[in-house]
Design a protein around this ligand. Structure first.
Ligand code: GLN
Length: 315
């Protein structure tokens, strides 16, 4: 006789269960209580080189338990089912392959939003909230038509439109798969009436002087640096959103040269940059004749955002 729900489940439809990615974990967890499973999971995550193993285990368990809390389930084993354990094992198997937590869970909190994330988009990062904040501090509620170049998940576009009900915007991305994710996020945030998405390469094909504000978090990692990043980023996030070419500045050269044409006179722009790129990006911006330049830090104090304006008689 099976002595635990796991054993019962494994034995009842062994062939089906064996196909699940988490099957080896489910087998390892047979007979264990939730508290022990949690410790086993933390150790497994740590053993593949994941630094935040405790946090990741907590997020994965919370996801399968919701709306029940971990504390509630630890106190009352009846709140913990073998179905939840099997689902946890499937999620854990992905995370053990170094799939980013955001892709395992399918979403990531950004600003006040919860955004859908797949392997087709860069996971929205806290660093990018510094860009959202910089724009909100400098651009009031007067109607703006904004452009997000390389919109990816639509994170910046959605965050800004959600804070500025009088604004409209356009997101551009080269990747149709990324645009599909952005579309889902704009729908979930009820922003589709104020936002359009187009497939394209940066500002190509967009009309002259059509935007009051242009934002972008372009790919800015130097190609050889990218090869040395952690597997979550290197192997599971889109290179299109990360690889900035030999010196990491390829995208800025294209985008910045086009800003005076795309911006309305007096319009603003905000670009996310790598922590060591402020001088190089400011030089490109100055060479393009843009002014009122500022460089703003992220929460860690690193240079993260270059903000500026187009002259009143530009272009
Ligand atoms: N900040 C990201 C990282 O370091 C890179 C984002 C980008 O290239 N735009 O992984």
């Amino acid at each position: 006789m099976p002595s635990t729900p796991f054993e019962a489940a494994v034995q009842s439809n062994a062939a089906e269960q064996a196909k699940r990615p988490g099957f080896p974990l489910v087998q390892a967890w047979q007979g264990m209580e939730l508290g022990t499973i949690r410790r086993h999971l933390v150790a497994a995550l740590g053993s593949v080189g994941i630094d935040e193993a405790e946090d990741d285990a907590r997020f994965l368990i919370a996801d399968v338990l919701a709306p029940v809390s971990l504390a509630q389930a630890l106190a009352d084993p009846a709140l913990w089912s073998w179905q939840a354990a099997a689902r946890l094992a499937d999620l854990a198997a992905l995370r053990l392959e170094r799939v980013p937590l955001s892709q395992v869970l399918g979403s990531k909190p950004f600003w006040t939003l919860d955004l859908k994330v797949t392997r087709d988009v860069l996971t929205p990062r806290a660093d990018t909230e510094a860009l959202v904040e910089a724009v909100l501090e400098r651009c009031d509620h007067t109607p703006h038509h904004m452009l997000d170049l390389g919109t990816g998940s639509g994170a910046i576009l959605a965050a800004l439109l959600s804070e500025r009900p009088g604004w409209t915007g356009q997101g551009v991305d080269l990747s149709p798969a990324a645009l599909a994710v952005a579309k889902g996020n704009l729908e979930a945030c009820e922003l589709t009436r104020r936002a359009t998405l187009v497939q394209g390469r940066w500002g190509d094909g967009l009309g002259d002087h059509g935007f009051d504000l242009i934002v972008s978090n372009p790919p800015y990692i130097a190609s050889d640096v990218l090869a040395g990043l952690e597997p979550e980023v290197r192997d599971h996030e889109p290179a299109l959103a990360l690889d900035g070419g030999e010196d990491g500045l390829d995208a800025y050269r294209v985008i910045i040269a086009d800003l005076p044409r795309l911006l309305r006179p007096g319009g603003s722009f905000a670009l996310e940059i790598g922590f060591d790129q402020a001088a190089a990006v400011m030089a490109l911006v100055q060479a393009a004749g843009l002014s009122a330049l500022e460089c703003l830090p992220d929460l860690a104090g690193h240079d993260r955002v270059v903000f500026g304006r187009a002259g009143s008689g530009n272009g």
